[in-house]
Design a protein around this ligand. Structure first.
Ligand code: MCN
Ligand code: MOS
Length: 709
């Protein structure tokens, strides 16, 4: 087999997606495309108040409505068991637990009818009365319960107060970010179908293996009785990482009726039902010497959280490892509010932290009169700042240097308001980014046959990232066969367990598992005494074997402690040019250069798409996106695509994207996660550019007109 490794450089090539043709032809089944024989349709009953208790429910009019099969509310539904915690540390209050209302839009029941229209109509006929309470919607409301992040984000090295007091220069500023919605194109959908005590669930999830466990626990059936299928989904951006109540309610309704039930969320329901990036406020204190060398960093964060929720999503976790600085302290709190569940959203925590930190560094650069790129190089963490170990790979220096070069950074006048283009003030800004290493165990099954084909199976997902394609590329290169001889079967929990697509951890874990499977296969083939240069197909043929199957397992999660190197995540730098209309306050992004170190890139095209997607979301975060709560009802007042603005083509200039760096030395395949890094330095780069253009430092995202005037 080794002698046939002639297909070199399949990995890394900008191959088109192997599932691309199916997608554009409409042949790739998304969850909402599944329709099962005998299927009926569900609609949710959602709370119209944000806080209080349900005092009366009258289902009778709904039950009598045409086509209605059942109406389930807390007082008549079978009791479920509380769900377990997922790998990311979040759990969920089980739906229909009691009469309490914790937020507007809370799912307080489900109606099932023959048609979707009948279900939607009937849902409006359920009469509900509430003992309403005044909701707590603001982190500063004295009634808000504030507690430390339960996952212990307090950390400290050195003597921060002492170093701050002794430093030549300090920065002490507060940065806020509004709540943001993930807004994937695909409306989250569940189709659940029971046969006895076995259930098949098509569900928009980034984490099929966890969903399977959670449903097994909640419905008290063995895990192998639950099958979760999600071959394709229309994006998640983190929204698919938690267990959501609509999935549980649909599965429950299907069980009660003993018929397949389908539920598709509406766009407004998406804003209340599948999490969002929590609003946050961060105070950054920097101490430095006159040359801008950091002597102290103090990072304090508070973020909103649902009532009774425990989502960890730490903001300050990345701070201690970003810069070489002897004195660093972090603290983090959560304010529990009557808001819908928060969730994970691309680079959760890290992107918030970088907005604050990289803005503060720009303020420091200003005060000490050091170029922002040079300031970052002066504080470069050559080794991991906590363990002192060398990084498994780190090309942040190249990110900064290559970015500055491509952008034409050097030599510009750093004075604010020094550049104009017609009636536009022009500004340049930059920021860098560090992302944490993340890995979970992953298993794949690899089967090769005597015709020279291979199949790879795993309960992983492709959420738009390119998992299908890179898995085929890796397998093809390792086996020395053409990519079109590899079939990839994922998105099915009947396959071996895989981590969620999340934390930018799937590609690396899956790649390592595929590599281990190929190694296992090589050993098995060696036992068949292959001839030099002989393909596995001929070897199997000679031994009259139809196929060989092996399992590959990777677990890099615990290996860090025993390693000589500190496992690194991705690094990046972004450079932005904005134009600001002085009279209107309108900020337009004119140019963006993004340079990323993702280690060995598995597919230059899909990796680039990741960087583009991250940049576009970063532009939204910087300039457009914010969920607005109605202060009286707690309703998301702008929960439609007409009102909640995301970047459109006109908001996104040509993006200049470059990958730099070397294969990583910790992951055996050399790859690092890169699905999230592309967003991390965008908002601070834009905010810093706005400051350069106008002299105004906006410390509150998004940077909308009202804040500029
Ligand atoms: N890749 C690569 N080389 C590497 C690493 C990754 O070419 N060394 C490419 C591959 O195409 C791979 C993709 O980048 O499929 C993402 O890999 P990875 O960084 O491991 O991230 P995950 O597979 O764990 O995907 C999750 C990540 C996260 S956490 C969010 S949020 C996010 C993102 O991916 N949501 C997305 N990218 C998204 N892209 C789309 N289209 N839709 C989403 O919802
Ligand atoms: Mo990403 S927010 O970890 O799905």
């Amino acid at each position: 087999m080794t002698a046939t490794l002639a297909k070199e450089n399949v990995i890394g090539r900008p191959l088109d997606r192997i599932d691309g043709r199916r997608k554009v032809a409409g042949a790739a089944p998304y969850p909402s495309d599944f329709d099962l024989p005998g299927q009926v349709h569900a609609a949710l009953i959602s709370s119209t108040v944000a806080a209080g208790r349900i005092t009366r429910i009258d289902r009778s009019r709904a039950e009598a409505a045409p086509g209605v099969l059942t109406v389930l509310t807390f007082d008549n539904a079978p009791t479920l068991v509380d769900p377990p915690q997922n790998a990311l540390g979040s759990t969920m209050r089980r739906p229909l637990k009691d009469d309490r209302i914790l937020h507007y839009g809370q799912h307080i029941g489900i109606v099932v009818a023959t048609t979707r229209a009948q279900a939607l109509d009937a849902a409006k006929l359920v009469e509900i009365e509430y003992a309403e309470e005044e909701p707590v919607l603001d982190m500063d409301d004295p009634r808000a319960a504030v507690e430390d992040n339960p996952f212990g984000m307090a950390s400290s090295r050195g003597d921060v107060p002492g170093a701050l007091a002794a430093s030549d220069v300090t920065v002490d500023e507060t940065y806020t970010i509004g709540a943001e919605a993930n807004s994937p194109m695909g409306l989250f959908t569940t189709v659940a179908s029971w046969q006895g005590d076995r259930v098949v669930v098509h569900d928009t999830t980034q984490s099929p293996s966890f969903l399977r466990t959670a449903l097994a626990v909640m419905f008290q059936v063995p895990e192998q009785n639950v099958r979760v299928l999600i071959p394709f989904l229309g994006g998640g951006f983190g929204a698919g990482l938690r267990l959501w109540s609509h999935t549980v309610l649909t599965t429950l309704a299907a069980r009660v009726l003993d018929r397949p039930v389908k539920l598709v969320l509406s766009r407004p329901q998406m804003f209340h039902s599948v999490g969002h990036r929590a609003a946050s406020r961060q105070r950054i204190q920097l101490g430095a010497d006159r040359e801008g060398r950091l002597t102290a960093i103090d990072h304090d964060a508070i973020a909103a959280n649902g009532l009774g929720d425990n989502l960890p999503s730490p903001i300050v976790a990345v701070t201690p490892t970003t810069y070489a600085c002897d004195n660093v302290a972090t603290h983090e709190r959560r304010a529990h509010l009557n808001i819908p569940y928060t969730g994970f959203m691309r680079a959760p925590g890290a992107v918030e932290a970088h907005f604050a930190l990289e803005s503060a560094l720009d303020e420091l650069a200003d005060r000490v009169g050091v170029d922002p790129v040079e300031l970052r190089l002066r504080n470069y963490a050559e080794v991991h700042p906590e363990s002192g170990k060398p990084w498994s790979s780190k090309a942040l220096r190249e990110c900064l240097e290559v970015g500055a070069e491509r952008f034409g950074w050097s030599g510009h006048d750093p004075t604010p308001r020094s550049a104009h283009d017609g009636d536009q003030l022009i500004g340049l800004g930059m920021a860098s980014a560090t992302f944490e290493f993340y890995a979970l165990p992953c298993t794949v099954r690899l089967v090769v046959d005597r015709r020279g084909n291979a199949v790879v199976r795993s309960a992983a997902t492709d959420i738009g990232t390119g998992t299908y394609t890179i898995t085929a590329q890796l397998t093809a290169e390792l086996l020395g066969i053409d990519v079109d001889r590899v079939r990839v079967e994922i998105g099915d929990t009947d396959q071996p367990p895989a981590p969620q697509s999340g934390g930018s951890g799937l590609a690396g874990a899956l790649a390592a598992a595929v590599q281990n499977a190929a190694g296992e296969l090589a050993e098995q083939l060696a036992r068949l005494d292959g001839r030099p240069g002989e393909s596995f197909a001929s070897l199997l043929d000679r031994h009259n074997l139809d196929e060989l199957a092996v399992t590959g397992y990777s677990d890099l999660s615990g290996a860090a402690e025993h390693s000589d190197v500190a496992p690194a995540g991705a690094f990046a730098a972004a450079f932005a040019e904005v134009g600001v209309d002085e009279d209107l306050g309108l900020v337009r992004l004119r140019r963006l250069v993004s340079v990323i170190d993702g280690g060995r890139v598995f597919n230059a095209k899909t990796a680039r798409s990741q960087a583009i997607g991250g940049a576009v979301m970063g532009i939204g975060m910087a300039l457009l996106e914010e969920m607005a709560y109605d202060p009286n009802t707690g309703r998301v007042a702008n929960g439609t695509f007409g009102d909640y603005l995301v970047p459109v083509n006109g908001d996104v200039p040509d993006l200049d994207i470059t990958f730099v760096g070397e294969p990583d030395t910790f992951n055996p395949t050399g790859g690092k996660g890169l699905g999230e890094i592309g967003i991390v330095s965008i908002a601070p780069a834009i905010a810093n550019a706005v400051h350069h253009a106008t002299g105004r430092r906006i410390r509150d995202l998004p940077i909308t007109l009202d804040k500029m005037l």
